[in-house]
Design a protein around this ligand. Structure first.
Ligand code: MN
Length: 419
């Protein structure tokens, strides 16, 4: 809620009232309603001779870290004007905007606090001198760009710029397509997936669900790989079962769009990393089925659901990994390691459904001790790097080497993918 306590019009105390389903501060005396709107921030990715301009931030947030020149727009400014002004203030350079790179919410804790808009630009005048909020400002070659960039949205802009095909038509970094649910607030921006992608060196774009096959095909064609993320349950009718209430948070539009994208990718051999709901959808796309609820359908099953009792970042149970498999290779397990110990990994768990019948010809590459299927992939002869995992490697990315290696293997496969 807003920090304002007194009416800016008449000075009387503000009271809280529900207006149009939201709590708002209202002046009981003159009726003024105090609306608080999200902040707009804007900045530029200035490039020159294959190098990009970064500033070392002198103020929080991200103090001491490198970032793109950026700041808050002021009243009376367009985002483009704010981006130009901030760039001039922080670097001394006058720049010209070329195109939009990123328009995305930024967060204040768990709640969106504003929108950041970042543009590709090039210098047209001025002299490079760090000023204002910047301690340093200089151009970085692609191999010098720091891993640690102050803001994820800035990191995304850099990756998107690097994902542009060069003069030889090759991309320097792959562009991963991330299909979304129809509920944007819930599904669009679970940042852990996006952090893992940018951390592993990829750019991403978000794919809105649509029944327009042409629109979907365009988004598919731009993607070097697909990341199928977690979310609500897939409609059981899609694998020939009825929903008697055990499948929840259905999103039929998302199901249709993701199944279409996944089948295209399987046909063409485009890389897929499928996580949680993703592995379930992948299995259905290839002809398999699901248990609609582990705790009712599987006797003596472990607690796979986790939350609220166990945080999603916590390791929950081991999985036994099949050798040889694409998964074992991707997670850095050697085929020469002998014994169960060597092919076991501890993973997290946050799911209430699981694979029942594996898609025809596909192989199970990991199981929990209770027999629950935790990973699948197509037979080795099938083209393409495709892995489904039931756990959440994106939530373990920072501290769990096998999870990080899995993302890196996916990004390498996406980088190498060619039709
Ligand atoms: Mn599990």
């Amino acid at each position: 809620m807003p920090a304002a306590r007194y009416c800016p019009q008449c000075g009387a105390p503000l009271a809280t009232r529900t207006i149009h389903t939201r709590e708002r501060a209202v002046c009981a005396f003159c009726g003024y309603v105090h609306y608080v709107n999200p902040i707009v921030a804007a900045g530029t990715l200035v490039h020159q001779d294959d190098c990009i301009l970064l500033v070392k931030r002198g103020i929080p947030p991200g103090q001491g870290e490198w970032a793109l020149p950026s700041g808050y727009a002021e009243v009376g400014e367009t985002p483009e004007e704010a981006a130009l002004r901030e760039t001039l203030e922080e670097t001394g350079l006058q720049v010209a905007i070329e195109r939009l790179l990123v328009a995305e919410a930024f967060y204040d804790g768990d709640s969106p606090g504003g929108v950041i808009i970042l543009y590709a630009a090039h210098a047209v005048g001025g002299r490079l001198v760090p000023r204002d909020d910047a301690l340093e400002a200089r151009f970085f070659r692609p191999d010098e760009i720091p891993d640690q960039i102050a803001f994820r949205q800035h990191r995304r802009a850099i990756a998107l710029w690097q994902a542009q095909p060069g003069q030889d038509g090759a991309r320097r970094v792959p562009l991963v397509g991330v299909p979304l649910g129809t509920n944007l607030r819930r599904e669009a921006v679970i940042p852990a997936y996006l952090r893992a992608l940018t951390g592993a060196g990829a750019a991403y774009h978000l794919i809105q669900p649509t029944d327009d096959a042409h629109e979907l095909r365009v988004a598919y064609a731009q993607s070097s790989g697909l990341l199928l993320t977690g979310g609500g349950d897939v409609d059981p009718e899609l694998y020939g079962e009825r929903n008697e209430g055990r499948s929840v948070s259905l999103d039929p539009e998302r199901d249709r769009a993701e199944l279409t994208l996944t089948r295209w990718a399987l046909q063409e051999g485009k890389p897929i990393l499928a996580i949680c709901r993703g592995i379930q959808l992948l299995n259905i796309a290839a002809g398999g089925t699901l248990y609609q609820d582990i705790s009712t359908d599987i006797k003596d099953a472990l607690d796979h659901r986790g939350e609220p009792k166990r945080a999603i970042e916590e390791l929950a149970h081991p999985v036994q990994i099949t050798q040889p498999s694409r998964l074992a290779r991707a997670m850095g397990l050697s085929p020469h390691d002998e014994g169960d110990e060597a092919n076991t990994a501890a993973v997290n768990s946050s799911h209430h459904q699981a694979i029942k019948e594996v898609a025809p010809g596909w192989i199970v590459t990991a199981r929990a001790p209770d027999g629950v299927i935790e990973a699948i992939e197509p037979p080795p002869a099938a083209a393409g790097w495709v892995i489904g995992v039931q756990w959440h490697p994106e939530r373990l990315y920072a501290k769990h080497t096998p999870s990080r290696d899995l993302f890196i293997a996916f990004i390498e496969a996406s980088q190498q993918w060619a039709p």
